[in-house]
Design a protein. Sequence first.
Length: 196
Amino acid sequence: MNKFFDTLAGFTYGKTFGLGIVVGALFYFTLYDDGSQVEAQIAAIQQQVQEQEAKKKDTDATLKQVNEMREKLGRLSQQYQEISRRLPTVLFSIDINKAIDGFARGAGVSVKIKKPGENIKREVVEEVPVEVTLEGSYAQLAQFVSLVSSSERMARVRNITISDQDSTDPTKKLKFEGLVVGYKLAPEKEKTEKPQ
């Protein structure tokens, strides 16, 4: 090591300056780190963190939707169980006709026409409509509609038309035409298996 320093001491200022420049350039280009590599690594890591945070937000939003769907599915399941508990699986227009006769007696109206309609299949329930024509006072007709609406098997009266039978009649009998709809559970769709 002393030899190196002795040789270095024998150099002139110009040679020493030139050697210093060469050694400095060599150090600068090979070993010197101005922090740009660290900054590049930091930027890359920050970008990865942002991507992961975006994925986390998407995952959180998806989990929130899944939880909401589970809650909705639970509520729908409870509603379906309530409907299936209350509604019969078999209901014919004859059953509705008997019920209409009972409601008419209870309300004091007279039944003129009962005509069964075509069943309407929905997703969960099946509607069993019966067209009716009744006669009675307004209070009696309102009582009939109330009795039908409060029944568990029949919940609706639709397409109502109330007209004055005879304007000269002092008893003022009104003519009621409408559709009494009964509900039953729709039969479950059969699952068809595809041949393999």
